[in-house]
Write a protein that binds this ligand. Structure first.
Ligand code: ZN
Ligand code: ZN
Ligand code: FE
Length: 760
């Protein structure tokens, strides 16, 4: 009988792949074995040719839902004539890393057991199986095997071990397998906690009374408080020093409809195994305290994704609580807390009680955040728990070469390690300007290199002279004697999207962003670039305007509005009522002297200015607060139907320029004519989209390209996301949007890594 050896690569560990292979081989009467290794899964099968072919076909067609096969190679080997099929012990020879699995939300089977009084795991908060449970957050190193996870110290009882060793059991080789007899345990700490009470019931009682709980989850601690209690939510905001940024809400699937009105696609996104926060249109009169998400049309909602969450909501129901604010357990913008001692000390001034357990979390993973576009496509806003570190596969130029570590940008930082043809992207790190986040940044770099068993031979970073991430990369390159590639911010955005889509270029990049350092020393952010993975030319941009006070203008957008009015009207700017409370004359004086007012072509800052003129964002408590309010003031359909405000596109010095003063004059005129914010917003969006499409058409024609990639933080704007590609397609271009990466700076490390490879 012929014998074949197969090597399967991809997400094949921790997802029930070996039991699947075992059962498939058994069903086909094949002899042989399957084994996990750090290079993927190896299989040998022996039997009749028909059965071997069937095995090969079904291996991919019927693979477990959480697996993701990237390649299967097959070779004939000498027959051995054995009978029976076995699962061999892991061979942990070092080599090319296989993929590290992400954490998975509790599956339906485990949930059923959790609620079945006859089951031995009834009410057990650490129930999991091969289809669900923690992965990335408990792994010490690969291969993914229990001794190399934070479950190593828990010895399985006889019943758990029997499941673990039985290939027909759904817990076969479920590495975090546990039960009440042998696994991790909960404990509840807090001043008001009654001695001897059940931790979950008691936590529910105190939460219902309005207390703030620090709850140890999968990728870190959450701070929880009942979502319908304004006093409690306001207290949480005060203690956490989080002014206005929206807070996410967790609610059981059957209670979500009371809070929000999810579409079918949004419902599917909520219930997906990665269980992200989904931004869903909130329901009128929803029982959600006003300060959960002030001035937002959408609410960030997620479903319970760990058994502990399900148990907690079961215990909260009798108290009439069906939704909790669940926000990362940290102060301000610090990284999420990881271990019990850290949470007890760092959250001591915030939480009233701590729901803890003794399964250590090895690495942080904040909740992922997504939005579902009108087309049904998922837009990643934050790519983190449940998704990271899933790699982006590089095809074409930059596919092979030395390992590259890319440091990302300073805001919404993520870090990437490009190893062979896979670019592994870390979970969300955050804003590295903060000292605690800075430590997390360095920890994340170490995590990637140790887990993937590869030290970088090339470093990549942003061109920005002041970014901490760039300074780190420059210093590390100097210390280690490694080449460093500094990548222009918007080129990195562009190449990230090209990489996802396997585009090699030349392409036109339409990058609508906050701010990034340009190659000419000015601040860019509304850019048309033509180029490939190795280089680019700036072929168009928004006309520039001054940012009075530099970064201070981000927090005080009324200043940018004053500056834009001055660009549009010179010294005869009309009075705009929304700006009257502010020191307009002072800023105009500053501008006339050219004091601390760098020039920018930023799309995000243009949105800031228009929002301020409309009176919905003169001050921003977090980046783009006003821009988001301006977007929320209208709908995509209204923008589609709106008559655009005046716009103008012209050629200057070899570049296509979208004239900001024309847009600003249009806004000012509409406001003077008594138009409301909804109308101005719709007509402004329409004008910006029309001018971008026209500029893109001209630039594409001039440079002989038709493919367009879209990226940058402003693409989180749902109207731009939907309507700009439509307008580009109408102009005869072929637009590509980010899919597997966020459009914002969270995806930029991938572009940096690929540019570094392509450049060297
Ligand atoms: Zn399960
Ligand atoms: Zn057990
Ligand atoms: Fe950016």
């Amino acid at each position: 009988m012929p014998r074949r050896r197969l090597h399967v690569d991809g997400v094949v560990q921790g997802v029930g792949f070996r039991p699947f292979v075992y059962n498939l081989a058994g069903a086909l009467g094949l002899a042989g074995w399957v084994s996990n290794s750090s290079r993927g899964v190896f299989i040998e099968v022996e039997g009749p040719v028909g059965a071997l072919d069937g095995f090969r076909a079904r291996l991919e067609a019927e693979a477990p839902p959480l697996s993701r096969i990237m390649s299967v190679s097959e070779a004939a080997v000498a027959a051995q004539g054995g009978v029976g099929f076995v699962i061999r012990a892991s061979d942990d020879a070092p080599g090319t890393a296989t993929l590290v699995p992400a954490d998975v939300a509790t599956c339906a089977d485990c949930l059923r057991e959790l609620r079945d009084p006859a089951d031995r795991r009834f009410g057990y908060p650490f129930t999991n199986c091969t289809s669900c449970g923690p992965r990335w957050t408990i792994i010490d190193r690969i291969p993914y095997d229990r001794p190399f996870t934070s479950m190593a110290s828990f010895e399985m009882c006889a019943a758990c071990r029997a499941e673990y060793e039985d290939p027909r059991d759904r817990r076969f080789h479920a590495q975090p397998n546990a039960c009440p007899a042998c696994g991790p345990r909960l404990r509840l700490v807090g001043e008001a906690v009654a001695a001897g009470a059940d931790p979950v019931d008691e936590a529910a009682r105190l939460l219902a009374a309005g207390q703030i709980a620090a709850i140890k989850g999968i990728g870190g601690f959450h701070l929880a408080v009942r979502a319908d209690d304004e006093a409690a939510v306001a207290r949480l905001r005060r203690r956490k020093r989080r002014q206005a940024k929206p807070l996410a809400v967790m609610a059981p699937a059957d209670r979500v409809d009371a809070l929000a009105a999810p579409t079918d696609a949004e419902r599917a996104a909520l219930a997906a195994p990665d269980a992200p926060i989904v931004l869903v249109t909130r329901r009128q009169g929803a029982p959600v305290a006003p300060s959960v998400a002030p001035r937002r049309r959408r609410l960030g909602v997620m479903l319970p994704y760990a058994p502990l969450h399900h148990l907690l909501f079961d215990a909260l129901a009798p108290h009439g609580v069906s939704a909790l604010v669940m926000t990362s357990g940290n102060l301000g913008d610090e990284p999420i807390c990881l271990d019990d001692d850290e949470a007890m000390s760092r959250l001591s001034d915030i939480a009233d009680l701590w729901l803890l357990h003794d399964r250590p979390i090895r690495r942080r993973a904040d909740d992922s955040v997504v939005r579902v576009a009108g087309s049904g496509q998922t837009v990643l806003i934050r790519r983190s728990r449940g998704i990271a570190p899933a790699p982006i596969f590089v095809r074409g130029r930059g596919r092979g070469g030395p390992p590259v570590l890319a440091a990302g940008a300073d805001l919404k930082n993520t870090v990437a390690l490009l190893k062979e043809d896979r670019c592994f992207v870390s979970p969300h790190v955050g804003d590295v300007g903060d000292l605690a986040t800075w430590d997390f940044f360095r920890e994340t770099v170490r995590t990637l290199t140790t887990l993937l068993e590869r030290e970088p031979e090339v470093l990549a970073c942003d061109l920005h002279p002041g970014y901490l991430s760039s300074r780190w990369a420059r210093q590390a390159a100097a210390e280690r004697g490694l080449p460093l590639v500094e990548v222009q911010h918007h080129h990195a955005h562009m190449v990230a999207v090209m990489t996802e889509h396997g585009l090699e270029g030349p392409c036109l990049g339409v990058i609508l962003d906050g701010t990034g350092s340009g190659t000419d020393g000015t601040i860019w952010g509304g850019e048309l670039l033509v180029g490939d993975r190795a280089g680019f030319a700036r072929v168009g941009h928004l006309s520039t305007f001054a940012l009075p006070g530099g970064d201070a203008a981000i927090r005080h957008p009324w200043r940018t509005a004053v500056s834009c009015l001055r660009e549009a009207y010179g010294d005869d700017a009309p009075r705009v009522p929304a700006l009257s409370p502010y020191d307009v004359a002072g800023v105009r004086w500053m501008l006339s002297r050219g004091l601390r007012a760098p020039r920018t072509s930023s799309c995000g800052r243009l949105f800031d200015a228009v929002a301020a003129l409309c009176g919905v964002g003169c001050e921003a408590r977090y980046e783009a607060e006003g821009a988001i309010a301006l977007t929320a003031a209208t709908t995509t359909e209204a923008v589609r139907r709106a008559i655009p405000l005046a716009w103008e596109v012209s050629e200057a010095a070899g570049a296509t320029v979208i004239d900001v003063p024309t847009l600003i004059r249009g806004v000012a005129r509409a406001l003077r004519g008594g138009a409301d914010v909804a109308t101005v917003s719709a007509r402004f969006h329409a004008a910006l989209i029309a001018s971008l499409a026209e500029a893109a058409r001209r630039a594409a024609a001039a440079h002989g390209v038709t493919r367009v990639v879209l990226g940058g933080g402003s693409l989180q704007n749902e109207h731009l996301w939907t309507l700009l590609p439509e307008a580009l397609a109408e102009a005869g271009l072929r637009p590509h949007l980010p899919r597997a990466l966020p459009p914002n700076d969270g995806g930029i490390c991938v572009g940096q890594a690929v540019v570094a490879r392509a450049t060297l």
